[in-house]
Design a protein around this ligand. Structure first.
Ligand SMILES: [Zn+2]
Length: 103
């Protein structure tokens, strides 16, 4: 290894000179096409997001009255379930309608 002024010379000094490739964002023509494609891709993303939103809404309706099969959003309180059971199914037990409330 060679030393110049006490600094070691690496075997491949050229390698250090290589510049990191920077993203070429600015291109001359053809930008419109790219922008259009990006827009279309964004639209697809939005569609997908909407789809998953619907899915989560469906999942949110996770409480179901076992007697009349009516679904309730998962945040429905026990009180609301009780109200439903008493109003709709006075002959049935609350836990018959909503077995998940059983502890
Ligand atoms: Zn019911």
């Amino acid at each position: 290894m060679q030393y110049v002024n006490g600094v070691a010379l690496t075997t491949f000094p050229i390698a250090k000179k290589k510049k990191k490739k920077k993203k070429k964002k600015k291109m001359g023509g053809g930008n419109g096409q790219k922008a259009k494609m990006a827009r279309e891709r964004n639209l697809e993303k939005q569609k997908a997001a909407k789809g998953s939103q619907l899915d989560s809404n469906k999942k949110a309706m996770s409480i179901q009255c076992k007697v009349c099969m009516q679904t309730f959003i998962c945040t429905t309180s026990e009180v609301k379930c009780k109200e439903h059971a008493e109003a709709r199914h006075p002959k049935s037990d609350l836990y018959t309608c909503f077995p998940h409330l059983k502890k």
